[in-house]
Design a protein around this ligand. Sequence first.
Ligand SMILES: [Zn+2]
Length: 360
Amino acid sequence: MSEIDSLKSQLESLQAEALAAFAGAADLSGLQALRVQYLGKKGALTEVLKGVGKLAPADRPVIGKFVNQTKQALAAALDAAEAELAIKAKAARIESERIDVTLSGRKAGRGALHPVQQGLDELTAIFSQMGFAVAEGPEIEDEFHNFDALNIPPEHPARAMHDTFFLKDIQGDDGEPMLLRTHTSPVQIRAMKHFLAEGGEPPLAVVAPGRVYRCDYDVTHSPMFHQVEVFKVGRDVSLAHLKGVLQHFLSAYFEKDVAIRLRPHYFPFTEPSAEVDIGCVFCAGKGCRICKGSGWIEVLGSGMIHPNVLKSVGIDADEFSGFAFGLGVERMVMLKKGIPDLRLFFENDVRFLSRMGVMK
Ligand SMILES: [Zn+2]
Protein backbone atom coordinates (compact mmCIF):
# COMPACT_ATOMS: atom_id res chain seq x y z
CA MET A 1 0.00 0.00 0.00
CA SER A 2 1.32 3.43 -0.92
CA GLU A 3 1.99 6.01 1.77
CA ILE A 4 -0.99 8.09 0.65
CA ASP A 5 -3.41 5.15 0.69
CA SER A 6 -2.16 4.14 4.11
CA LEU A 7 -2.81 7.67 5.40
CA LYS A 8 -6.24 7.75 3.80
CA SER A 9 -7.14 4.44 5.40
CA GLN A 10 -5.87 5.68 8.80
CA LEU A 11 -8.02 8.78 8.47
CA GLU A 12 -11.07 6.72 7.47
CA SER A 13 -10.76 4.39 10.43
CA LEU A 14 -10.08 7.37 12.72
CA GLN A 15 -13.28 9.04 11.44
CA ALA A 16 -15.35 5.89 11.92
CA GLU A 17 -13.99 5.38 15.43
CA ALA A 18 -14.57 9.04 16.35
CA LEU A 19 -18.14 9.14 15.04
CA ALA A 20 -19.01 6.03 17.04
CA ALA A 21 -17.44 7.55 20.15
CA PHE A 22 -19.33 10.84 19.70
CA ALA A 23 -22.64 9.01 19.29
CA GLY A 24 -21.98 7.07 22.51
CA ALA A 25 -21.06 10.11 24.64
CA ALA A 26 -23.16 10.12 27.82
CA ASP A 27 -23.09 13.85 28.51
CA LEU A 28 -21.64 17.19 27.42
CA SER A 29 -18.48 16.91 29.52
CA GLY A 30 -17.79 13.45 28.04
CA LEU A 31 -18.23 14.92 24.56
CA GLN A 32 -15.82 17.76 25.37
CA ALA A 33 -13.19 15.17 26.37
CA LEU A 34 -13.69 13.39 23.03
CA ARG A 35 -13.29 16.70 21.15
CA VAL A 36 -9.88 17.13 22.80
CA GLN A 37 -9.00 13.47 22.20
CA TYR A 38 -9.66 13.61 18.42
CA LEU A 39 -9.31 17.25 17.38
CA GLY A 40 -7.06 18.71 20.06
CA LYS A 41 -3.48 19.94 19.47
CA LYS A 42 -2.15 16.62 20.68
CA GLY A 43 -5.16 14.68 19.43
CA ALA A 44 -5.49 11.65 17.19
CA LEU A 45 -5.89 13.70 13.98
CA THR A 46 -2.69 15.64 14.66
CA GLU A 47 -0.95 12.33 15.21
CA VAL A 48 -2.04 11.07 11.80
CA LEU A 49 -0.95 14.33 10.16
CA LYS A 50 2.63 13.69 11.25
CA GLY A 51 2.70 11.08 8.45
CA VAL A 52 2.04 13.80 5.83
CA GLY A 53 5.70 14.88 5.99
CA LYS A 54 6.76 11.56 4.55
CA LEU A 55 4.65 12.02 1.42
CA ALA A 56 5.92 13.09 -1.95
CA PRO A 57 5.29 16.87 -2.42
CA ALA A 58 2.80 16.22 -5.22
CA ASP A 59 0.63 14.02 -2.96
CA ARG A 60 0.49 16.51 -0.12
CA PRO A 61 -2.39 18.72 -1.49
CA VAL A 62 -4.43 15.58 -2.17
CA ILE A 63 -4.14 14.32 1.38
CA GLY A 64 -4.54 17.88 2.71
CA LYS A 65 -8.00 18.05 1.15
CA PHE A 66 -8.85 14.66 2.60
CA VAL A 67 -7.68 15.73 6.06
CA ASN A 68 -9.87 18.85 5.87
CA GLN A 69 -12.90 16.77 4.94
CA THR A 70 -12.26 14.46 7.89
CA LYS A 71 -11.82 17.46 10.21
CA GLN A 72 -15.07 19.01 9.01
CA ALA A 73 -16.92 15.71 9.33
CA LEU A 74 -15.71 15.29 12.90
CA ALA A 75 -16.54 18.90 13.80
CA ALA A 76 -20.04 18.59 12.33
CA ALA A 77 -20.62 15.30 14.14
CA LEU A 78 -19.44 16.88 17.41
CA ASP A 79 -21.82 19.82 16.99
CA ALA A 80 -24.72 17.52 16.19
CA ALA A 81 -23.97 15.29 19.20
CA GLU A 82 -23.65 18.37 21.40
CA ALA A 83 -27.03 19.71 20.26
CA GLU A 84 -28.66 16.35 20.91
CA LEU A 85 -27.15 16.08 24.39
CA ALA A 86 -28.31 19.61 25.19
CA ILE A 87 -31.88 18.67 24.24
CA LYS A 88 -31.67 15.52 26.36
CA ALA A 89 -30.34 17.51 29.34
CA LYS A 90 -33.18 19.98 29.05
CA ALA A 91 -35.76 17.20 28.85
CA ALA A 92 -34.22 15.56 31.94
CA ARG A 93 -34.40 18.86 33.86
CA ILE A 94 -38.06 19.37 32.90
CA GLU A 95 -38.78 15.82 33.99
CA SER A 96 -37.07 16.35 37.35
CA GLU A 97 -39.04 19.56 37.96
CA ARG A 98 -42.37 18.09 37.03
CA ILE A 99 -45.15 18.88 39.52
CA ASP A 100 -47.90 16.42 40.19
CA VAL A 101 -50.91 18.69 40.12
CA THR A 102 -53.17 15.87 41.26
CA LEU A 103 -51.54 15.73 44.73
CA SER A 104 -53.65 17.30 47.46
CA GLY A 105 -52.15 20.56 48.79
CA ARG A 106 -50.92 21.45 52.26
CA LYS A 107 -53.53 23.53 54.07
CA ALA A 108 -52.46 26.95 55.30
CA GLY A 109 -53.43 27.61 58.94
CA ARG A 110 -56.51 29.81 59.09
CA GLY A 111 -56.76 32.73 61.43
CA ALA A 112 -59.66 33.36 63.78
CA LEU A 113 -61.09 36.47 65.35
CA HIS A 114 -60.04 36.89 68.97
CA PRO A 115 -63.02 36.06 71.21
CA VAL A 116 -62.97 39.60 72.64
CA GLN A 117 -63.09 41.14 69.16
CA GLN A 118 -65.85 38.73 68.30
CA GLY A 119 -67.75 39.85 71.42
CA LEU A 120 -67.24 43.53 70.55
CA ASP A 121 -68.54 42.94 67.03
CA GLU A 122 -71.51 40.93 68.25
CA LEU A 123 -72.52 43.45 70.92
CA THR A 124 -72.07 46.43 68.60
CA ALA A 125 -74.10 44.71 65.87
CA ILE A 126 -77.06 44.13 68.21
CA PHE A 127 -77.27 47.83 69.11
CA SER A 128 -76.59 48.86 65.55
CA GLN A 129 -79.61 46.82 64.47
CA MET A 130 -81.65 48.58 67.16
CA GLY A 131 -80.81 51.94 65.56
CA PHE A 132 -77.90 53.07 67.74
CA ALA A 133 -75.12 54.91 65.88
CA VAL A 134 -71.60 53.56 66.43
CA ALA A 135 -69.09 56.05 67.87
CA GLU A 136 -65.49 55.81 69.03
CA GLY A 137 -63.35 58.08 71.18
CA PRO A 138 -59.66 58.46 72.06
CA GLU A 139 -58.02 56.09 74.55
CA ILE A 140 -55.86 58.94 75.83
CA GLU A 141 -58.27 61.28 77.55
CA ASP A 142 -58.25 64.41 79.67
CA GLU A 143 -59.77 64.64 83.13
CA PHE A 144 -62.69 66.71 81.86
CA HIS A 145 -64.06 64.01 79.57
CA ASN A 146 -63.11 61.04 81.75
CA PHE A 147 -64.30 62.53 85.08
CA ASP A 148 -65.51 66.13 85.40
CA ALA A 149 -68.12 66.08 82.63
CA LEU A 150 -69.41 62.78 83.97
CA ASN A 151 -70.23 64.36 87.32
CA ILE A 152 -67.09 63.04 89.02
CA PRO A 153 -65.44 66.21 90.42
CA PRO A 154 -61.81 66.10 91.66
CA GLU A 155 -62.71 65.51 95.30
CA HIS A 156 -65.12 62.70 94.44
CA PRO A 157 -64.16 59.33 95.96
CA ALA A 158 -65.12 57.54 92.72
CA ARG A 159 -62.23 59.31 91.07
CA ALA A 160 -59.75 57.60 93.40
CA MET A 161 -61.52 54.26 92.94
CA HIS A 162 -60.86 54.27 89.24
CA ASP A 163 -57.19 53.24 89.63
CA THR A 164 -56.25 55.59 86.83
CA PHE A 165 -53.08 55.43 84.74
CA PHE A 166 -51.89 59.03 84.46
CA LEU A 167 -49.50 59.81 81.62
CA LYS A 168 -46.40 61.56 82.93
CA ASP A 169 -45.01 62.76 79.62
CA ILE A 170 -48.18 63.73 77.79
CA GLN A 171 -50.21 66.88 78.43
CA GLY A 172 -53.32 68.25 76.80
CA ASP A 173 -53.45 71.39 74.65
CA ASP A 174 -53.94 73.56 77.75
CA GLY A 175 -51.25 71.75 79.73
CA GLU A 176 -53.78 69.64 81.60
CA PRO A 177 -52.79 66.15 82.76
CA MET A 178 -53.74 63.30 80.44
CA LEU A 179 -54.69 59.74 81.33
CA LEU A 180 -55.69 56.43 79.82
CA ARG A 181 -59.49 56.44 79.88
CA THR A 182 -60.86 54.29 82.69
CA HIS A 183 -64.18 53.67 80.96
CA THR A 184 -65.92 54.29 77.63
CA SER A 185 -68.28 56.84 79.22
CA PRO A 186 -66.19 59.81 77.97
CA VAL A 187 -67.45 58.88 74.48
CA GLN A 188 -70.93 59.90 75.75
CA ILE A 189 -69.59 63.41 76.30
CA ARG A 190 -67.67 63.54 73.02
CA ALA A 191 -70.54 62.10 70.97
CA MET A 192 -73.10 64.49 72.47
CA LYS A 193 -70.81 67.51 71.98
CA HIS A 194 -70.08 66.50 68.40
CA PHE A 195 -73.77 65.90 67.69
CA LEU A 196 -74.75 69.34 69.04
CA ALA A 197 -71.86 71.06 67.27
CA GLU A 198 -73.12 69.62 63.97
CA GLY A 199 -76.47 71.29 64.67
CA GLY A 200 -78.18 68.10 65.83
CA GLU A 201 -81.05 68.05 68.28
CA PRO A 202 -81.91 64.96 70.40
CA PRO A 203 -82.97 62.18 70.07
CA LEU A 204 -79.52 60.72 69.86
CA ALA A 205 -78.72 57.03 70.39
CA VAL A 206 -75.13 55.82 70.42
CA VAL A 207 -73.16 52.63 71.02
CA ALA A 208 -69.45 53.11 71.74
CA PRO A 209 -67.19 50.05 71.90
CA GLY A 210 -63.57 50.36 72.96
CA ARG A 211 -60.52 49.65 75.12
CA VAL A 212 -60.19 50.98 78.66
CA TYR A 213 -57.43 50.89 81.29
CA ARG A 214 -57.13 50.53 85.05
CA CYS A 215 -54.14 49.57 87.17
CA ASP A 216 -55.53 46.33 88.47
CA TYR A 217 -54.64 42.69 87.77
CA ASP A 218 -56.10 39.47 89.16
CA VAL A 219 -58.48 36.63 88.19
CA THR A 220 -61.26 39.04 87.31
CA HIS A 221 -59.31 42.23 86.50
CA SER A 222 -56.93 43.10 83.71
CA PRO A 223 -55.10 46.45 83.29
CA MET A 224 -56.57 46.67 79.79
CA PHE A 225 -60.07 45.50 79.02
CA HIS A 226 -63.00 46.37 76.79
CA GLN A 227 -66.29 48.09 77.37
CA VAL A 228 -69.31 48.95 75.33
CA GLU A 229 -71.09 52.17 76.28
CA VAL A 230 -74.71 52.60 75.25
CA PHE A 231 -76.87 55.69 75.72
CA LYS A 232 -79.88 57.46 74.40
CA VAL A 233 -80.95 61.07 74.94
CA GLY A 234 -84.31 62.47 73.87
CA ARG A 235 -87.64 63.79 75.06
CA ASP A 236 -89.40 61.62 77.65
CA VAL A 237 -86.74 58.93 77.66
CA SER A 238 -87.53 56.92 80.78
CA LEU A 239 -86.38 54.02 82.90
CA ALA A 240 -88.95 51.91 81.02
CA HIS A 241 -87.02 52.53 77.79
CA LEU A 242 -83.82 51.50 79.53
CA LYS A 243 -85.38 48.29 80.79
CA GLY A 244 -86.91 47.49 77.39
CA VAL A 245 -83.59 47.99 75.60
CA LEU A 246 -81.76 45.87 78.20
CA GLN A 247 -84.31 43.08 77.98
CA HIS A 248 -84.13 42.99 74.19
CA PHE A 249 -80.37 43.27 74.04
CA LEU A 250 -79.59 40.65 76.72
CA SER A 251 -81.98 38.11 75.17
CA ALA A 252 -80.47 38.75 71.72
CA TYR A 253 -76.92 38.39 73.02
CA PHE A 254 -77.51 35.20 75.04
CA GLU A 255 -79.80 33.86 72.30
CA LYS A 256 -82.60 33.00 74.73
CA ASP A 257 -85.22 34.77 76.82
CA VAL A 258 -83.25 35.84 79.87
CA ALA A 259 -84.88 37.19 83.02
CA ILE A 260 -83.49 40.57 84.10
CA ARG A 261 -83.74 42.57 87.28
CA LEU A 262 -82.60 46.08 88.14
CA ARG A 263 -81.05 46.55 91.58
CA PRO A 264 -80.70 50.10 92.96
CA HIS A 265 -77.08 51.19 93.00
CA TYR A 266 -74.97 54.32 92.93
CA PHE A 267 -72.99 55.73 90.00
CA PRO A 268 -72.01 59.40 89.84
CA PHE A 269 -73.06 59.81 86.20
CA THR A 270 -76.56 58.36 86.47
CA GLU A 271 -79.55 59.10 88.72
CA PRO A 272 -81.30 56.85 89.51
CA SER A 273 -78.73 54.12 88.96
CA ALA A 274 -79.19 50.38 88.84
CA GLU A 275 -77.06 47.33 88.54
CA VAL A 276 -78.51 44.83 86.12
CA ASP A 277 -78.67 41.11 86.85
CA ILE A 278 -79.73 38.35 84.53
CA GLY A 279 -81.21 35.01 85.51
CA CYS A 280 -78.18 32.68 85.72
CA VAL A 281 -77.49 31.33 82.22
CA PHE A 282 -75.72 28.28 83.67
CA CYS A 283 -78.39 26.92 86.04
CA ALA A 284 -81.51 28.68 84.69
CA GLY A 285 -81.99 30.37 88.05
CA LYS A 286 -81.84 27.25 90.23
CA GLY A 287 -78.59 28.29 91.88
CA CYS A 288 -75.05 27.09 91.08
CA ARG A 289 -71.39 27.80 91.85
CA ILE A 290 -71.14 30.58 89.27
CA CYS A 291 -74.16 32.54 90.54
CA LYS A 292 -73.15 31.59 94.10
CA GLY A 293 -76.50 29.91 94.62
CA SER A 294 -78.50 33.10 94.04
CA GLY A 295 -79.79 32.27 90.56
CA TRP A 296 -78.75 35.79 89.40
CA ILE A 297 -75.61 37.11 87.74
CA GLU A 298 -74.63 40.77 87.66
CA VAL A 299 -73.86 41.88 84.11
CA LEU A 300 -73.71 45.66 83.90
CA GLY A 301 -74.31 49.07 85.42
CA SER A 302 -77.01 51.40 84.16
CA GLY A 303 -79.20 54.36 84.96
CA MET A 304 -80.78 57.58 83.82
CA ILE A 305 -78.13 60.08 82.72
CA HIS A 306 -77.48 62.54 85.56
CA PRO A 307 -78.73 66.07 84.75
CA ASN A 308 -75.23 67.39 85.51
CA VAL A 309 -73.84 65.25 82.66
CA LEU A 310 -76.39 66.65 80.21
CA LYS A 311 -75.62 70.18 81.47
CA SER A 312 -71.87 69.67 80.97
CA VAL A 313 -72.42 69.39 77.22
CA GLY A 314 -75.12 72.06 77.05
CA ILE A 315 -78.25 69.91 76.81
CA ASP A 316 -81.28 71.28 78.68
CA ALA A 317 -81.92 68.66 81.37
CA ASP A 318 -85.48 69.92 81.89
CA GLU A 319 -86.37 69.30 78.28
CA PHE A 320 -84.38 66.15 77.59
CA SER A 321 -83.54 63.01 79.50
CA GLY A 322 -81.54 59.92 78.72
CA PHE A 323 -80.46 56.50 79.83
CA ALA A 324 -76.99 55.01 79.73
CA PHE A 325 -75.27 51.76 80.53
CA GLY A 326 -71.84 50.29 80.18
CA LEU A 327 -70.83 46.69 80.04
CA GLY A 328 -67.59 44.75 80.24
CA VAL A 329 -67.01 42.86 77.01
CA GLU A 330 -64.73 40.20 78.54
CA ARG A 331 -67.33 39.49 81.23
CA MET A 332 -70.09 39.13 78.64
CA VAL A 333 -67.98 36.73 76.56
CA MET A 334 -67.02 34.72 79.69
CA LEU A 335 -70.69 34.33 80.61
CA LYS A 336 -71.77 33.38 77.11
CA LYS A 337 -68.97 30.87 76.52
CA GLY A 338 -68.41 29.63 80.06
CA ILE A 339 -64.80 30.88 80.25
CA PRO A 340 -63.60 30.68 83.87
CA ASP A 341 -60.58 33.01 83.96
CA LEU A 342 -60.27 36.50 82.47
CA ARG A 343 -56.53 36.08 81.96
CA LEU A 344 -57.11 33.41 79.28
CA PHE A 345 -58.06 36.24 76.92
CA PHE A 346 -54.63 37.85 77.17
CA GLU A 347 -52.27 34.86 77.39
CA ASN A 348 -52.62 34.26 73.64
CA ASP A 349 -52.59 30.48 73.91
CA VAL A 350 -53.41 29.38 70.37
CA ARG A 351 -55.37 26.33 71.63
CA PHE A 352 -57.74 28.60 73.55
CA LEU A 353 -58.01 31.18 70.78
CA SER A 354 -58.70 28.68 68.01
CA ARG A 355 -61.34 26.90 70.10
CA MET A 356 -63.06 30.14 71.15
CA GLY A 357 -62.44 32.26 68.06
CA VAL A 358 -64.69 32.42 65.07
CA MET A 359 -63.15 31.45 61.76
CA LYS A 360 -63.75 34.10 59.14
ZN1 LIG B 1 -76.34 29.67 88.42
